[in-house]
Design a protein. Structure first.
Length: 161
């Protein structure tokens, strides 16, 4: 799990949610999600109750992993943008810093061009938010809560010693 989870506070969570909501509104999308590379939902825009977030996250992470394998086969570093066009709904997927996945679900009421334009701005803003978290961590001397736990500690825990 990425250390971002351990460093997020209410203020950071609010900033991320505000960015996702702004993207949803400005692009006229149906839903926006921020995931980690494992498919865990970090945050989502408003009005996402109708989506099975667990399944969506897992399938998108699998899709990104499969596409990563294809990129490597073709000698590419990665394919940072994925797009799936359906009859009624479309999914635009962007990798952020090779650690996070930004997902935009939209329909015919908007265009791929508008989504891509708004996603660029959102990625820049999210990257700044994530950088500020890491900078605050470095400046405050904070560290992830599990950093000091060793494999030996885990083994002892499960052995009952």
């Amino acid at each position: 799990m990425d250390e971002l989870y351990f460093l997020m506070d209410g203020n950071v969570t609010s900033k991320i949610e505000a960015e996702l909501n702004r993207l949803k509104d400005e692009s006229n999308a149906k839903a926006v999600f921020l995931l980690d590379k494992n498919g865990q939902i970090i945050s989502s825009s408003k009005d996402t109750e109708g989506y099975d977030k667990t399944s969506l996250g897992a399938l998108i992470a699998g899709n990104v992993a499969a596409t990563d394998g294809l990129a490597k086969l073709l000698g590419e570093k990665e394919f940072s943008i994925l797009f799936h066009e359906g009859e009624n709904e479309h999914i635009h997927i962007n990798l952020i810093n090779q650690k996070f996945i930004l997902v935009v679900i939209f329909d015919e009421s908007t265009s791929l061009g508008l989504v891509r334009l708004r996603v660029k701005k959102t990625i820049n803003n999210l990257t700044q938010i994530i950088s500020s978290i890491k900078n605050n961590k470095t400046n405050n001397g904070n560290k992830p809560i599990f950093e000091d736990i060793t494999e030996e500690d885990i083994e002892k825990l499960f052995q009952g010693d």
